[in-house]
Design a binder for this molecule. Structure first.
Ligand code: SIN
Length: 304
């Protein structure tokens, strides 16, 4: 039987509260990934290995952890005896780590990120079922690509995003819709596995990613932040625009100024669904279906 490697990074799935009815006042990233696995009897039928890559609340996710994670994922994917990888992660930045790994590795075997909205100590904790579903998914011989599996739903890592602050079914895939559902250990697949060309591990391991910032358009927005970022030496700015990539006039002028000075600018949208469909001759390029945080990662990886 091929192995599944479970890489722990922390999150609420590894969180602990003082009482079982406390799903809010807990501390994330307390329980070792090996102990999370040991607490699920149904996992004993799999050949598993665990490795603690980090132990953080994912609001504190860092580029150093991303580099370490990409390196460990690539290492284990290079082994013939490994069928797939599961990563336990906090929900808050799971979509960023998923997009990052998708862009740098685009693996031909499954790399499944999972998480939980309730701490491991909660009555009705969701982590154990999410972890079991993710292991079942990563053991499927046909599975491939960076995936996210939470609340019985499977998303492509290139599309997943957190859309709820509290509910256990906190993720969706935007307009693309979910890739499928885990039902009693089996995948009911609705569409094709994630596609994509990997930029390569070398991009992931760079220690000199350019600074890229996100600025939001909103009522009364002016260009002061953009000018300040330019003075600070930022290399790229993603505008979280209104609607289909629109910007208030002062912010648009500031972004055009920044672009003329050599700063890369991309227009994304602050709206949860849809895309920015800008024409090729738009003065400020559109980020298409990329969310603001995805567009930021894209610029960080692509800028020299
Ligand atoms: C985190 O993102 O690490 C904390 C919140 C969560 O996992 O739901």
């Amino acid at each position: 039987m091929k192995r599944i490697v479970i890489l722990g990074t922390g999150g609420t799935i590894a969180g602990q509260a003082l009482s079982v009815d406390d799903s809010a006042g807990y501390v994330a990233a307390q329980i070792a990934v090996a102990d999370l696995v040991a607490a699920i009897p149904a996992l004993t039928r799999f050949a598993l290995e665990t490795e603690q890559v980090a132990q953080v609340d994912s609001k504190d996710m860092s580029f150093a952890i991303w580099r370490a994670l990409a390196q460990r994922v690539a290492h284990h994917l290079g082994r013939d005896d490994v069928a797939g990888i599961v990563i336990t992660h906090g929900t808050d930045t799971l979509e960023e780590t998923a997009y990052f790994l998708h862009r740098v590795l685009a693996p031909s075997r499954p790399v499944v990120l999972t998480a939980a909205m309730r701490p491991a100590t909660a009555l009705g904790a969701d982590g154990p079922q999410n972890l079991l579903d993710s292991v079942c998914l990563s053991a499927l011989p046909e599975a491939r690509g960076v995936l996210a599996c939470v609340a019985g739903t499977v998303h492509a890592g290139s599309e997943v995003r957190k859309t709820h602050t509290w509910r256990m079914d906190a993720f969706d895939s935007g307009d693309a819709g979910p890739l499928g559902y885990m039902e009693a250990g089996a995948l009911r697949r609705l569409r094709d596995w994630p596609q994509g060309e990997a930029l390569g591990l070398a991009h992931a391991l760079r220690t000199d990613w350019p600074r890229v910032d996100i600025v939001m358009n909103c009522a009364g927005a002016d260009g002061v932040l953009v000018d300040a970022l330019a003075a600070l030496g930022t290399r790229g700015i993603v505008a979280a625009c209104t609607g289909n990539g629109t910007l208030g006039a002062p912010l648009e002028q500031a972004l055009l100024r920044a672009q003329r000075s050599g700063i890369a600018v991309l227009r994304s949208t602050r709206v949860g669904r849809g895309c920015v469909s800008g024409s090729p001759d738009s003065a400020l390029p559109a980020a298409g279906t990329l969310t603001p945080v995805q567009a930021r990662i894209e610029l960080m990886l692509r800028l020299p």
